[in-house]
Design a binder for this molecule. Structure first.
Ligand SMILES: *Cc1c(COP(=O)(O)O)cnc(C)c1O
Length: 384
């Protein structure tokens, strides 16, 4: 009834896709004419260009971000019996990737302000079986390269970055994908660089690891019909490669738009601090690429405003929001067998209860950012 008041979507891909339609159309026709649908020339070009953009030598296109983590970890030598440290507040695919690699995910808490992995919590989780740590560059903000490198070095761990939300994100002069032994990316349509379907990539500066992923994604065959690994079928398809080649030159500009929108939100939201509403902290300024713009609606020590009520009221007005993520990985029913309980990772649990993701996409204009904050402000003022 009042849903026509506003229409501010959570994500709007048409702004970026429409101007590129003619080029994309032409590139897809070329793929159809050549017929190189699997691992064709557009995939090779995109692998080369995307790896270069990340500052490493090799990119290996795979079927999804989940597979990028699973195959990438295997190529780094992770295997059954190994423990891999993962933050409890991430998209579940990080955990799935570790399990698909055959290893045991060991969950740890996050920092309450940045929502990024907490290395003190990680330190407590180290055992003699710990082989790797997976920093997740959550919401488009990188984990500190210096801190994660120091941590990995002193504990003799491999770093495998989950960069699925961090295409070209930067921190301390480094780019996501260039700090780990290898890194996994996703090109799911709503990521900062999105295909028109599923897609992913492992990037690495290590030639052996690159070759291993190339084999693993292609039935474990370094040469046709010669299988040296237990592999799978997980390849970035050529049509997606063609789409991604057209989009890649625009990525920096799109990320910059998100970063400016994030800074604008930060500024507009300042007066809401007195109501306990604060953005997840940006500690990297320009290097944050805001895959998501997330606020924390504090409910402790006293529940003042209920996140779900606020979300429903915004929805009624016509402002779409999201929750990333409502349940931490350690409390997901499928992973009960890992033996975690409520209370194990208090910061992750608090965030999952209190966070709300506001509309964010390249092309969102100041007027919409102002409307979102205005209506959010009205809702909290009126619930006094
Ligand atoms: C999207 C995402 C993935 C998984 O990528 P898919 O392409 O959907 O398999 C993994 N980790 C994080 C943090 C993600 O956001």
């Amino acid at each position: 009834m009042n849903s026509n008041l506003l229409n501010i979507p959570f994500v709007d891909l048409s702004w970026q896709n429409e101007p590129l339609l003619a080029d994309i159309d032409g590139a897809i026709r070329d793929v159809i004419r050549r017929g190189d649908f699997i691992l064709g020339q557009e995939v090779r070009k995109f692998e080369k260009d995307f790896a270069q953009a990340c500052g490493v030598r090799y990119g290996i296109g795979v079927g999804s971000g989940t597979d990028a983590i699973a195959l990438g970890l295997r190529a780094c030598g992770i295997m059954e019996g190994d423990e891999v440290i993962v933050p409890a507040n991430t998209f579940i695919a990080t955990v799935i990737g570790v399990i698909l690699a055959g290893a045991k995910p060991v969950l740890v808490d996050c920092d309450i302000n940045t929502a990024l992995i907490d290395l003190e919590s990680a330190q407590k989780a180290i055992t003699e079986k710990t082989k790797a740590i997976v920093p997740v560059h959550l919401y488009g903000q990188m984990v500190s390269p210096q801190q994660i490198e120091d941590f990995a070095q002193s504990n003799h761990l491999i770093i495998f970055e989950d960069s699925a939300q961090a295409h070209l994100a930067q921190r301390e002069g480094k780019t996501a994908g260039s700090i780990g032994l290898a890194s996994g990316f996703s090109f799911y349509p709503s990521k900062n660089l999105g295909a028109f379907g599923n897609g992913g990539m492992v990037v690495t500066d290590n030639e052996e690891i690159a070759q291993k992923v190339r084999s693993l994604r292609n039935y474990g065959a370094p040469k046709k019909y010669y299988h040296t690994d237990f592999g799978t079928n997980s390849r970035l398809n050529t049509v997606q490669g063609a789409v991604l080649n057209i989009k890649l030159p625009h990525l920096k500009k799109w990320n910059d738009w998100r970063n400016r929108a994030g800074a604008k939100y930060d500024q507009l939201l300042q007066p809401l601090a007195e109501y306990g509403i604060t953005p997840i902290k940006n500690v990297v300024q320009g290097g944050h690429i805001y895959h998501l713009y997330v606020i924390n609606i504090e409910t402790s020590p006293q529940p003042i405003y209920d996140r779900n009520i606020i979300q429903n009221k915004l929805d009624e007005i016509g402002i779409q929001t999201g929750i990333h993520y409502p349940i931490p990985c350690h409390l997901q029913p499928a992973y009960e067998y890992l033996g975690y309980q409520k209370g194990d990772f208090p910061n992750a649990e608090i965030l999952c209860d209190n966070i709300l993701s506001l509309p964010m996409y390249p092309g969102i204009d100041d007027e919409n950012l102002e409307l979102v904050v205005k209506h959010l402000t009205d809702i909290v003022r009126n619930s006094d």
